[in-house]
Design a protein around this ligand. Sequence first.
Ligand code: C2E
Ligand code: MG
Ligand code: MG
Ligand code: MG
Length: 276
Amino acid sequence: VAKQNGSSQYRFYDAASDKSSQEEIRLEQELEQAVELNQLRLMYQPKFDIRNGEAIGYEALLRWDHPIHGEISPLRFIPLAEKTGMIVPIEQWVLRTACMQAKNWQKVGRPVVPIAVNISQVHLMKPDIYESIIETLEQTQLDAHLLELEITESAMMHNEEHVIEILDKLKAAGISVSMDDFGTGYSSLSYLHSLPISCLKIDRSFIRKITTDKDSKAIAEMIISMAKQLGLKIIAEGVETSEQVALLQELQCYNVQGFYYSRPLTAEQVDHAYVS
Ligand code: C2E
Ligand code: MG
Ligand code: MG
Ligand code: MG
């Protein structure tokens, strides 16, 4: 039993949670070298226009191939990387790799569509994030209009002044920003209106129940009409069934991403797919 801060609160030793926190600390340390050891890679999930079935862009999604544990989900290791600050060099690697890949697809004559990269709140708060993104575009020779950043609604809720300033500069440079996981944060309508973003991504949690739960449908419908009113593009995440596609079409949400159309693919799989 450990006595904390000389107060009367006692914490009982919990072997299971102690073991799991040791495991997290070990993973944190291993993550420090994951970039250099070449253990990170990107998958690319296409986004589609349901009206013609064409790929309208790709989202780069990070994977960590751990030598012992195998593939570790970003949902598990991104929070660790945010805690240690490793997220910044990791996302710089993601940006460079994704931009190089998009440039490469352009060079070999594939349809020219934007590549989207997820940006963590921790990275977004770095004072030099703008300069570092511009430098990556220069190094990779990718046109700024072909880079999209995805930032979650909740990440945009911190330090609103800083966020607006950065997004303004990115927009002026031709880089577009999407609000990811929309509907799960608490942004006010006035803040949403003041943000220089170009697209809302409706969170998967609403799409999952859109054909079975009338509240989810109502929320999706409201988000779609609001996006239209505000002049924002809209895309539905996590589309898995033809029923969901039909309903989204009815609601006039024509851009989708999800397993129904395609899972995240390796760059090689993209090379061999969807060539129009
Ligand atoms: P996200 O940005 O919302 O990306 C979409 C996630 O939903 C991806 O999971 C994708 O594989 C999954 N998904 C897409 N379609 C479907 C579907 O139809 N059904 C289901 N069940 N899932 C679908 P993934 O790749 O595991 O990534 C999870 C999250 O990890 C991402 O959510 C994103 O928040 C984060 N992430 C991934 N890469 C990065 C990165 O480079 N930086 C940061 N900050 N976060 C990243
Ligand atoms: Mg995303
Ligand atoms: Mg999302
Ligand atoms: Mg999501």
